[in-house]
Design a protein around this ligand. Structure first.
Ligand code: NI
Length: 255
């Protein structure tokens, strides 16, 4: 199994990080991608990837931290990206739910990092919350400009119609614990309808633990619960689902 989105640098893993990472293989994981959200966690992602073979790094500035983006930060990201363990830019995007950074700054910083990813020839991991239309408009304008640029919409929480529009542009869709929640009607519909070749699995750990672990600290091994649920929704075997999602993840990250 592959987990396309983890935050193992998070403080919630401070007391058992090493042990947990060393046990990933035993729990059936063969790759996890540690995602940065600001400069500090981007550096931590690269350090983890340098230390552990099973981890690859994704670096970038989350919309929450967009206000801290400047030329110096961008130069540091460029420097970090020289490390071959860095597989993508992310998570970047728009978050109009928390509005931790002003919206015009979020848009500006999202666009700057898309340009950066294009320059570095790296795929992009997108975070989008309460900003479905704005995110879509920005991504589709860049897909027109740079056809080869790859986008993954992480923790996809939009409608089936929006999913279809993203798929039409060749974007990837990542689903996680939310599909196992009782009242998640729309994510379940997306899990059923998304073309298998566009689908990735993720935990977003330590956040969003799936049922039956809901409310606990999420861990990469809990990805099996979301995988089982999605296989069940699609009426395919777990093996068939994992074969496809693992291949998709490697293809997306060029790994
Ligand atoms: Ni995340």
């Amino acid at each position: 199994m592959i987990d396309s989105h983890v935050h193992l640098d998070d403080a919630k893993f401070d007391y058992d990080r090493e042990n947990l990472i060393e046990n990933l293989k035993e729990h059936g994981l063969d790759r996890v991608y540690n995602i940065g959200a600001d400069l500090k966690s981007s550096i931590a992602s690269v350090e983890l990837a340098d230390k552990y073979e099973i981890i690859k790094a994704v670096i970038g500035i989350h919309p929450h931290a967009a206000s801290e983006y400047n030329q110096e930060v961008e130069d540091k990201l460029i420097e970090l990206a020289k490390n071959e363990n860095v597989r993508a830019i992310g998570e970047i995007g728009l978050d109009y739910y928390y509005d931790n950074s002003p919206r015009d700054i979020q848009v500006q910083v999202f666009k700057k990092q898309i340009e950066l990813a294009n320059k570095l020839k790296l795929p992009i991991v997108v975070h989008s919350r309460e900003a479905a239309k704005e995110t879509f408009d920005i991504i589709s304008s860049y897909k027109e400009k740079y056809k080869d640029l790859k986008f993954l919409i992480h923790c996809f929480s939009q409608s089936v119609e929006m999913m279809r529009e993203y798929v039409k542009m060749g974007c990837y869709i990542a689903l996680g614990g939310v599909v196992t929640f009782k009242n998640s009607k729309v994510p379940k519909e997306v899990a059923k309808e998304v073309p298998l070749e566009n689908l990735l699995l993720e935990t977003d750990c330590p956040y969003l633990a799936p049922e039956p672990m809901r409310g606990k600290r999420n861990e990469p091994m809990f990805i099996k619960y979301s995988a089982q649920k999605i296989a069940e929704i699609r009426g395919i075997s777990l093996e068939e689902l994992l074969k496809a999602t693992d291949e998709n993840t490697r293809r997306f990250y060029n790994d």
